[in-house]
Design a protein around this ligand. Structure first.
Ligand SMILES: NC(=O)c1ccc[n+]([C@@H]2O[C@H](COP(=O)([O-])OP(=O)(O)OC[C@H]3O[C@@H](n4cnc5c(N)ncnc54)[C@H](OP(=O)(O)O)[C@@H]3O)[C@@H](O)[C@H]2O)c1
Length: 251
């Protein structure tokens, strides 16, 4: 993908990985629109980077998704790159007395239905461009789960499969479909502690690595993965699933 001169929507661009990608693409000469629920956060981003725009979006609300898609088509009809990056994560103790299916609901609503809803609403706009790119954020945990995040990991495994079908269905269109599978990165996804967890990859380094891969077209089979995650990605193929699972989930 050419990483300059595009009009880019970053859905889930108000913080973390999405914000890093949005700001970097803005600085590299793209017209960037971020979308999310926290308008104060996005207004501050726009204040710091004149020319950056923002739209309100709650992917769990069908009306909000339709409204945002309409606004985007009217105000930025040239949008040719979309990052579907919105996501939530939480631990769940399925053996705990306090667990109910509602604990999984926000994850399913956001990471599964929300992403489907958003991408579905934006395909017509992308299909109208000469060339377009859709990047959806999954996770390296899609390939081998961390058992304390059962619904989260399953939602990303769902996304992996869904994107395979989407890519196949869009093969006759000029829409490139990419799956971004981050490792553990310093953001506030699971709470403030993650943002400074020394075991997580620094955000700036991850965003720089993603930009390099996008620019170089280094995404075999449409998958953007760091080398460190390849053993996890191919654990099943390499006959090492149980070993990798055990390393991620100590007894
Ligand atoms: N950090 C990691 O270790 C890691 C690893 C693998 C995958 N990921 C994935 O990377 C993506 C970004 O996460 P992050 O780590 O950067 O965490 P983050 O800072 O919490 O970012 C999550 C983004 O999703 C948006 N979002 C959440 N619910 C939304 C909703 N209902 N409607 C619209 N936007 C919504 C948030 O914006 P608002 O709150 O403003 O709506 C925010 O911009 C997620 O899909 C996550 O699963 C992260």
């Amino acid at each position: 993908m050419n990483i300059t001169g595009n009009t880019v929507l970053v859905a889930g661009g108000s913080s973390g990985i999405g914000r890093g990608i949005a700001e970097t693409l803005h600085d590299r000469g793209n017209r960037v629109i971020v979308a999310g629920r926290r308008s104060g956060q996005m207004a501050e981003m726009a204040r710091l980077r004149p020319g950056l725009s923002w739209l309100e979006l709650d992917v769990t609300d069908p009306a909000s998704v339709s409204r945002m898609a309409r606004q985007l088509s009217e105000e930025f009809p040239q949008t040719n790159v979309v990052f579907a990056n919105a996501g939530v994560s939480r631990t769940e103790d399925l053996t705990g007395t306090g667990w109910t299916a509602e604990a999984a609901q926000a994850v399913v609503e956001t990471n599964i239905l929300g992403v489907i809803r958003l991408i579905g609403a934006l395909i017509p706009l992308l299909a109208a461009q000469d060339h377009a790119t859709l990047v959806a954020t999954g996770s390296a945990l899609a390939f081998v789960p961390r058992a304390d995040f059962p619904s989260y990991c399953a939602s990303k495994a769902f996304l992996h499969s869904w994107l395979l079908s989407l890519r196949h269905q869009l093969r006759g269109h000029k829409i490139e479909v990419l799956e971004l599978s981050p490792p553990y990165v310093q953001t506030s996804l699971t709470g403030e502690a993650q943002a400074s967890d020394p075991r997580a990859m620094p955000l700036a380094g991850y965003v720089a690595a993603v930009m390099e891969k996008l620019e170089a077209g280094d995404h075999p089979n449409g998958e953007i993965l760091l080398d460190v995650d390849l053993p996890r990605r191919h654990a099943e193929r390499d006959g090492r699933f149980a070993e990798v699972f055990a390393r991620l989930n100590p007894a």
